[in-house]
Write a protein that binds this ligand. Structure first.
Ligand code: HEC
Length: 356
């Protein structure tokens, strides 16, 4: 009810928004999840729903920020972190890369944001342009032959572990088959993953957005996945994608992940007809710090990761930041002691961590 009365007031009491930014800020301020989700699906359609992936030729951060030119983007393992006395490290063949679209990349170049010397002289980081987009893509290595076991996150487990829910602890797995594109619905295969045996539904590799590994990828892919047997012609399947756009000052935050039941549940809500494998992803979105918004592949593994939120973490990206953990819950004011003597990097952790 609150929604309806507010919506009526917004159209009746304030002038209709004239710019996309005003419209998005209106969606945020009204808490209009339906509108934010519609925008998130539009973005996905634009990025992943066409013949070519929009990010195919975008530069990777290690290319933009390296002191010496880097020819190929490199795959990286999600950062290990300390959890009590233990170090939590990714054990499955999961890797990521971060890419900036040409508008964001140009801003880094023109403003010299890759140079620590320059950042250290700034009173304030020049804000990224409103057409800037950044993506963090998460890939799962799939060998060219044979079945690859992959865990599936089915939403909050009955007893979520506040200490972290890394992928190797998820309750279900599928088997990815690269050799067939049509697989009967109930087909099962026995696989093991992280020491557990699963009777797994078999799904074709073609159900994923996929990249094929070429010789130049092998060194970083083998290192990132701890799998020295990867060869050219093997594949990486996109299991997760974070997408942020500077359409509003605090950026919009969308996150997508693959699921074998991609039309079910609240993370499928509002999904339009999508072309090809792009249709098999779920989505969550947030424009502000209040509610949890996370991607199972990237943030579920953190202590309190299921309560994490893109904005609360990214707001703490500052020049010279030491760490991005623990997960926090509040939006900081600009005079918070956290920012004393530190210049925020317009929410981008790559600028904070990778400028040299
Ligand atoms: C607890 C901290 C944390 C949370 C929560 C978090 N991120 Fe990030 N994010 C990072 C870090 C750190 C990086 C830099 C790459 C790396 O080292 O993993 C990053 C990188 C990114 C990038 C690439 C641009 C950049 O900042 O370098 C995007 C886009 C992004 N995240 C989006 C999201 C979205 C969307 C969410 C919420 C669904 C989210 N992030 C939640 C820490 C976080």
């Amino acid at each position: 009810m609150r929604f309806v009365s507010l919506a009526i007031c917004v159209s009746a009491c304030t002038p209709a928004p004239t710019t996309l930014q005003e419209a998005l800020l209106g969606d945020r301020d009204r808490g209009d999840l339906v509108a934010m989700r519609a925008h998130g699906w539009e973005l996905w359609q634009h990025l992943a729903g066409g013949e070519h992936l929009a990010w195919e030729h975008w530069p990777a951060t290690e290319q933009m920020f390296a002191a010496k030119p880097v020819a190929r983007p490199k795959f990286r393992t999600p950062r290990p972190f300390r959890n009590g006395d233990a170090i939590e490290a990714e054990t499955l063949p999961v890797m990521f890369d971060v890419l900036f679209d040409p508008h964001a990349a140009r801003h880094v170049r023109v403003q010299h944001l890759a140079e620590r010397e320059v950042l250290d002289t700034l009173a304030e980081l020049p804000a990224f342009p409103t057409d800037a987009t950044a993506v963090k893509l998460t890939w799962y290595a799939v060998h060219a032959h044979g079945l690859t076991a992959m865990p599936i996150w089915d939403g909050e487990p009955a007893q979520p572990d506040a200490d972290g829910n890394p992928d190797r602890t998820w309750q279900r797995a599928i088997a990815v088959d690269p050799d067939r594109t049509v697989i009967p619905d109930g087909e099962l295969a026995d696989v093991t993953l992280g020491g557990h045996a699963f009777s797994a539904k078999v799904r074709p590799l073609s159900a994923f957005l996929v990249r094929d590994l070429v010789a130049e990828d092998l060194e970083s892919a083998r290192r990132a996945t701890h799998d020295p047997s990867l060869v050219a012609g093997d594949h990486v399947a996109l299991v997760a994608a974070h997408v942020s756009t500077k359409e509003i000052p605090d950026w919009t935050w969308q996150t997508y992940w693959w699921h074998d039941a991609p039309t079910e549940g609240r993370f499928a809500a509002g999904k339009p007809e999508l072309h090809g494998a792009a249709a098999n992803y779920l989505m969550d979105v947030t424009y502000s710090a209040g509610t949890p918004c996370f991607n199972p592949w990237l943030e579920a593994r953190f202590p309190d990761g299921l309560q994490s939120n893109c904005v609360t973490c990214h707001q703490r990206a500052v020049v010279g930041a030491a760490d991005y953990l623990p997960v926090t819950r509040t939006r900081l004011k600009s005079d918070d002691p956290y920012f004393a003597g530190h210049i925020p990097t317009d929410f981008l952790w790559s600028v904070a961590f990778e400028a040299r």
